[in-house]
Ligand binder design. Sequence first.
Ligand SMILES: Nc1nc2c(c(=O)[nH]1)N[C@H]1C(S)=C(S)[C@@H](COP(=O)(O)O)O[C@H]1N2
Ligand SMILES: [Mo]
Length: 314
Amino acid sequence: MPRFRFPAPPPSELTPRALFESRRAFLATAGGLALGAALPAAGEPPSRRGPPLAVALRSPYSIEEKTTPYEDVTGYNNYQEFGVNKLDPARNAHRLPTRPWTVTLDGLVRRPRTLDLDDIRRLAPLEERVYRLRCVEGWSMVIPWIGFPLDALLRQVEPLGSARYVEFVSYYDQARMSLPFFVVLEFPYVEGLRLDEARHPLTLLALGLYGEVLPNQNGAPLRVVAPWKYGFKSGKSIVRIRFVEEQPLTTWNRAAPRDYGFFANVNPQVPHPRWSQARERRIGEFFKRDTLPFNGYGEQVAGLYAGMDLARSF
Ligand SMILES: Nc1nc2c(c(=O)[nH]1)N[C@H]1C(S)=C(S)[C@@H](COP(=O)(O)O)O[C@H]1N2
Ligand SMILES: [Mo]
């Protein structure tokens, strides 16, 4: 397994908004001249958006907040496999082969199965769900996802009573990715949820956003979205879901156990070792806002953690 080194960027080093904007404008121009096809969504006119994905219903779990512009949602990303800079994934993730695609569900289940994308799309009606996404780095977005509850997929394999956690493994092919020598993470990217978290109706299997098929940089062709947790819990481009008894050792827990807890519920009281998590900057806004416990989803999910010390199990 390859091992690379890099420190998580402190908020001070995050691409400032103005710089991001001007680079985006620059990229749009450069893309038209020299780089052409190498540049995907960021900075492109809407006519070059991805294939449409029709939605059957709008979820009651949607929040009524202004959505973050499409260009930011698809142009400012964390997808380390395609580069550590926020602008890298939009430039590099076109190398991700999203068809054919299968997801293997195995481990502690009665009926292990491998499903292809068409099987998966048919499992449940597609919903639009507008969710907040809060990154541990201190920024947030509001994204109109398209998908259905992850549990519609999980229940296909009939988890055994002994299964207590699920491990999500992302696609990995070093030859297609943009891994710099100094990256700390081990790949494939692995995330995990407790089974009851994974089966909670808020936990979404996302196949699209903003009315279109999920762009590669956002985790095509399918990714998890657990909106009450920091964004890193939501693995992209999932190829395997393993049902296990013990808490999985996730990529970030392995790389920086003091910085990234397993639960990673958004808890504004628990600072990152090097910065506060009390406030956040909504991408596109100037003033910071207070971060809400459970990213504002406490009413729905706080019950999952009754009796747990969420300062220790952070
Ligand atoms: N495979 C994989 N999944 C990943 C990541 C990653 O680097 N690789 N980054 C995570 C982090 S830190 C965040 S904040 C979200 C960002 O999702 P977005 O780019 O679609 O907004 O994806 C998460 N899922
Ligand atoms: Mo993140």
